[in-house]
Ligand binder design. Structure first.
Ligand code: ZN
Length: 190
């Protein structure tokens, strides 16, 4: 297994639209295992192929408290959505940024598993939010796209500044520990 590098906003590769998976083989199984390992290590509750520069319709997620319920959604589509709720979201590709986003509260999805088996599932709560967030990734969309242009620009400048500081401080111990998510957004890095 291997940890995969995660692309960060505003990397243009995050704007790529993922194509459907057609071949369900050992290579796909390995990729899914690597994506799950990368997600758990980050740590995050979901990861889309796009974020690791694999432009195929692959989503992994685990929204359980115990982190023992890995789920794989390949070629997923939402069949029904119901209700709407605004909740704080973070994203592994937009580190240390948490903003409110409006999502459907319940979705019914159809997808394939890692061996190609079709299934339908109803998702609510964080799992529903997570699947919608990951499907956005596969369409080349980021949660910051829901914010105002001004806010998005501010986030882009903040991340670029942090990246420059990281690069110039390479090899030296970090001056300050990474920011912790606000309590209400903890566990919502998708
Ligand atoms: Zn994300």
């Amino acid at each position: 297994m291997a940890l995969l590098p995660i692309l960060e906003f505003p990397d243009p590769r995050l704007r790529t639209r993922a194509r459907p998976v057609q071949t369900f083989d050992a290579t796909l199984e390995q990729l899914v295992a690597d994506m799950l390992q990368t997600m758990y290590a980050a740590p995050g509750v979901g990861l889309a192929g796009t974020q690791v520069d694999v432009h195929r319709q692959i989503i992994v997620m685990d929204t359980s408290v115990e982190k023992n319920d890995p789920q794989v959604y390949i070629n997923a589509e939402i069949l029904e959505r119901e209700g709407s709720e605004v909740g704080e979201e973070g994203c592994l590709s937009v580190p240390n940024v948490f903003e409110p986003v409006k999502r459907a509260t319940r979705v019914r999805a159809r997808a394939q598993g890692v061996r190609g088996q079709l299934f339908e599932r109803e998702l609510t709560g964080l799992a529903a939010v997570c699947l919608q967030h990951e499907l956005d990734h596969l369409a080349g969309k980021l949660f910051v796209d829901y914010l105002s242009m001004l806010k998005r620009e501010r986030i882009r400048r903040k991340l670029e500044k942090e990246r420059r500081e990281r690069a110039s401080g390479a090899g030296k111990p970090a001056a300050k520990p990474a920011a912790q998510p606000p309590a209400h957004a903890a566990g919502r890095v998708i």
